[in-house]
Design a protein around this ligand. Structure first.
Ligand SMILES: Nc1ncnc2c1ncn2[C@@H]1O[C@H](COP(=O)(O)OP(=O)(O)OP(=O)(O)O)[C@@H](O)[C@H]1O
Length: 269
């Protein structure tokens, strides 16, 4: 059977993907993942396990050395309007006001709207992330947390069915990080149909709190060590969840898998 025939026609498929930058070492080896439409997948792994690289492949910013990636059965051959990306470093245009940053994304999703209509929609999105009052400001006038809210508003405004997030909250303090995690869950849960999300993190708690499923990557080369269904009901209550024995058991299970991978890497070195 060919690779193409093995990938499911709906959702996101990463079909035995291997990857090296140029002539360099293998970064990812035979990574196979399927993300059904509407699922929230977290990609968890140590630094250097290739999480960002895998996200870049899904975004179409890199091409696999081997294997195939597909969305809704169609091979991913480059960036597309069906996939929006949020990076850690906020990625807003510094010379544009926050509102115009978002309006630009609105224009991509709705090219026929008038300027006034784009602005209105942009304000709607900013309102959803609690930034209605910051619409007229420039990115440099906002805190890191506010800039990341704006980046999320911009990604949402693209109305792409797939949202790819590369450690989007990694630079934030724990309180803002928690707030934005909740905001993301709220927006995702209230959008119909739900977006398909792939969220990169190296934080086990974040992976478990957010995800329907956690794909655990090991390093050297990056590969999938385990895929773990997260059984906790939604909406999730952070305090209750973090205090529950089931959460701790799952957390420990993942930490052990990651430790074992690091130890086997050291033994092999
Ligand atoms: N543009 C590039 N050219 C060559 N090698 C690269 C490039 N980008 C990343 N790498 C290498 O690929 C490997 C995986 O990097 P990647 O950023 O995907 O890992 P990661 O799991 O996201 O790490 P982190 O959690 O530290 O961000 C690393 O060894 C890195 O040095």
């Amino acid at each position: 059977m060919s690779n193409a025939a093995q990938t499911s026609a709906t959702g996101l498929a990463v079909d035995n993907v291997s990857f090296a930058y140029g002539e360099g070492d293998t970064i990812l080896r035979r990574v196979a993942l399927e993300v059904p439409e509407g699922q929230f997948l977290t990609l968890l792994g140590p630094s250097g396990s290739g999480k960002s690289t895998l996200l870049r492949l899904i975004a179409g910013l890199e091409a696999p050395t081997d294997g195939r990636l597909a969305w809704q059965g169609a091979t991913i051959t480059g960036p597309g309007i069906d996939r929006a990306v949020v990076f850690q470093n906020y990625s807003l245009f510094p010379w544009l006001k926050v509102e115009d940053n978002v309006a630009l994304a609105v224009a991509k999703a709705h090219p026929k709207l008038s300027r006034a209509e784009r602005r209105e929609k942009a304000r709607d999105y900013l309102g959803r992330v609690g930034l209605a009052d910051a619409a007229g400001k420039y990115p440099f006038q906002l805190s890191g947390g506010m800039q990341q809210r704006a980046a999320i508003a911009r990604a949402l405004a693209l109305e792409a069915p797939v949202l790819l997030m590369d450690e989007p909250f990694g630079a934030l303090d724990p309180i803002n990080r928690g707030k934005l995690q909740d905001l993301l869950l709220e927006v995702w849960q209230s959008t119909s149909p739900r977006r398909t999300i792939v969220f990169v993190t190296h934080d086990v708690d974040e992976a478990l709190y957010l995800g329907d499923r956690v794909a655990v990557l090991g390093a050297s080369p990056g590969r999938v060590l385990a895929q773990i269904e997260v059984p906790f009901e939604r909406p999730r209550n952070r305090a209750r969840l973090f205090a529950s024995p089931a959460f701790h058991a799952l957390r420990e299970d993942i930490a052990e898998r990651l430790d074992a991978d690091v130890l086997s890497g050291l033994a092999a070195a």
